[in-house]
Design a protein around this ligand. Structure first.
Ligand code: KG4
Length: 346
């Protein structure tokens, strides 16, 4: 018998609902992106984000049930992102999920946003065998985790300052590109490489944490951003915008690639899931695919549409918990990113 799940995601600037059968077959997934709203300010404004979620969520919910052709009573579970994220935004999604749960009596499954990004890989195929490495590179996180089971995740290494996506967004802003910067930087980087007269692929930007020992997993992007700022101030016309976009992205990609190699070495785990908004980057994907074969690990990356925030990944994560009869306990939303849900089995 099939299992029908509702996924709700409102942790940042996307209001997203998904109705999914068996954790994978998407019946409806309306999403409202607030990018235009925050673009005016160059970053996400929390108060505007929560108000926008509040405005849009009733329509998206109604649309999802109508498109899926089911009623709330047909659901088997309700999955909702409860952490980490913007508190006001999370509350809108959580309160909506609670209302559906109260009306239907169906189990409410609180979902950790970062775990949902990692489990998004289930939307396009089976999960790799446990344990595997979960590499999370998004606007809010750059970290590598060891995933031993559903709900059993431990941190291997983190960023010391900015997240990869945050760094790309800030670099884009320095280059006068709109938010979110990652896709804009990728476009310019590709155009730099395709320029016919492009003979110099000299990278004028420093390698972050150049001397990082192989026994460590660690990211740092704030120095890279400062280096770009100084370069723009001091040698404004020395490099084209395309060249600088390529150079910055190249350093970010190298850092992700190198840290994955270190994590594989340290853990001896050779199954690697790469997810989060930055994993939508085609040039990163190409580099990792080449290097996975060389280094000897198997790479799993969710399709691009599930790299950035979406509710299908929340529904998929909820399904995996539901199927395993594991129910995390978290009675409120939280902005911290610790994996500290306790689980009960029914
Ligand atoms: O996972 P996500 O949608 O939101 C969270 O941060 O949770 O990630 C958004 C981030 C932004 O920083 C955005 O610039 C980046 O993902 N991003 C990209 C690309 N598409 C989105 N970065 C590099 N290349 C892309 N194609």
């Amino acid at each position: 018998m099939s299992v029908l799940g509702l996924g709700i995601e409102t942790s940042c600037d996307e209001t997203a609902i998904a109705i999914v059968r068996d954790g994978r077959e998407i019946l409806s997934q309306p999403l409202f992106s607030q990018i235009d709203l925050h673009n005016l300010y160059g970053g996400v404004i929390p108060e505007l984000a929560s108000r926008s979620h509040y405005d849009k969520i009733p329509f998206l919910l109604k649309h999802a049930f109508s498109e899926a052709g089911i009623s709330p009573q047909n659901l088997d579970y309700i999955a909702v992102t409860v952490k980490p994220g913007l508190t006001g935004s999370l509350l809108v999604g959580y309160q909506t999920a609670l209302a559906v749960h109260d009306i239907t009596g169906k189990p409410l499954i609180p979902v950790h946003h970062l775990e949902a990004h990692i489990l998004a890989v289930y939307l396009s195929g089976d999960l790799p065998d446990f344990p595997f490495l979960g590499v999370l590179i998004s606007g809010g996180n750059s970290a590598i985790y060891r995933v031993d089971d559903i709900g059993s995740i431990s941190l291997i290494g983190n960023t010391m300052d900015d997240a990869a996506g945050e760094a790309l967004d800030k670099a884009a802003s320095l280059l006068n590109l709109p938010y979110p910067g990652g896709p804009q930087i990728e476009k310019l980087a590709r155009s730099f490489l395709s320029q016919k007269d492009n003979t110099s692929t000299e990278n004028p930007l420093p390698i972050p944490l150049r001397d990082l020992p192989r026994s460590e997993v660690r990211f740092s992007f704030s120095g890279l951003k400062t280096a770009l700022l100084y370069l723009l101030e001091k040698q404004k016309d020395a490099y084209s915008r395309e060249h600088l976009a390529w150079a910055f992205q190249e350093r970010v990609i190298e850092s992700i690639d190198r840290n994955i190699k270190h994590a594989v070495d340290i853990s001896s785990i050779r199954r690697v899931v790469v997810s989060g908004g930055v994993s939508a980057n085609g040039m990163l994907r190409e580099k990792l695919e080449q290097n996975a074969a060389k280094v000897g690990y198997t790479l799993f990356i969710p399709p691009k549409q599930f790299s950035t925030d979406n509710a299908a990944m929340v529904a998929a994560a909820g399904y995996l918990y539901f199927a395993a009869k594991k129910f995390p306990v978290q009675n409120y939303v939280s902005s911290d990113n610790a994996f500290n849900f306790s689980l009960y089995r029914n």
